[in-house]
Design a protein around this ligand. Structure first.
Ligand code: HPA
Length: 277
């Protein structure tokens, strides 16, 4: 939680000026590499990699498969910055730390944030390794990333949430998927804090509430980013069918395996979107 807005902003500025000193021009597009997106880091013409541990104020990423660095380079002919590794509430970080990088990007005038994640699928038409563009989210029961002092340099105290995910981007992404012949669902992502997966009763409840996918990331970042005025596009890789829908107990290995199988389409979709956005 942000106790002191001025102190928090000082940290944001410190991190931002460190990055500006390392990178010439800051790109307008940031991409968060969730599970299955790691290969994208090798598909760009890299200019510079900056480990999170070198950036003032950044926490270190502890989640397996998230290696913790910012990669600046060119993808599909455009300057981008990729976040390889993100911070989750279940790792023990306060949400103000999980979303610190979002504020730093916003301060540096990044305009578009492409978020990706692995998620459990609830939709009847879904199969593991499918992709879903997030049209909205449910985070009713969870702490807000905006809890505590407001950061008026970024946004208002009570921000509207009626279009967190950019409608034009959702349409553009759908067109990209059609052109690439990638099956792309549209749906609502329910955020849970984790690290335990949901119970079958949790999933039945979330389904009644209107969720199509469930996962432990993305929403805090999307809330902070929309508060900061960024345009957001977010894609879930359905790495498993959610608890109780899947016959098998869920494992992190299954999540990684299916996210890996979707990797080719996940990366192709990002590249096409970046070329056309
Ligand atoms: N639930 C929550 N988070 C997840 C899941 C899930 O089923 N799969 C991948 N991340």
């Amino acid at each position: 939680m942000i106790n002191d807005a001025n102190a928090y902003m000082e940290k944001v500025k410190e991190a931002a000026s460190y990055l500006s000193s390392k990178v010439g021009a800051i790109p307008k597009i940031a991409i968060v590499l969730g599970s299955g997106l790691a290969p994208l880091a090798h598909m760009c013409d890299k200019d510079i990699e900056i480990p999170y541990k070198d950036i003032p104020g950044f926490p270190e990423s502890t989640a397996p498969g998230h290696d913790g660095k910012m990669i600046f380079g060119k993808l599909s002919g455009k300057d981008v910055v990729m976040m390889s590794g993100r911070f989750h509430y279940y790792e023990g970080y306060d949400l103000s730390l999980c979303t610190f990088y979002v504020r730093v990007l916003a301060y540096l005038k990044v305009e578009t944030l492409y978020l990706t994640n692995a998620a459990g699928g609830l939709g009847d038409e879904m199969e593991p390794s499918d992709l879903m563009v997030i049209t909205d989210h449910i985070s009713l029961f969870c702490e807000s990333a905006l809890r505590g002092a407001n950061l008026p340099e970024f946004g208002v105290r009570f921000p509207d949430q009626s279009s967190v995910y950019d409608k034009e981007y959702i349409e553009l992404l759908s067109q990209c998927a059609d052109d690439l012949e990638i099956r792309l669902h549209k749906g609502v992502y329910a955020y849970t804090r984790g690290p335990q997966y949901e119970t079958p009763a949790d999933i039945r409840a979330l389904k009644i509430l209107g969720a199509d996918a469930v996962g432990m990331s993305t929403v805090p970042e999307a809330v902070a980013a929309s508060h900061s005025g960024l345009r957001i596009v977010a894609v879930s890789c359905i790495s498993n069918m959610a608890a109780g829908i899947s016959k098998n107990p869920l494992t992190h290995e299954e999540v990684l395996e299916n996210a890996g199988k979707a990797s080719f389409s996940s990366c192709a979709l990002v590249k096409e979107f970046i070329a056309r956005c």
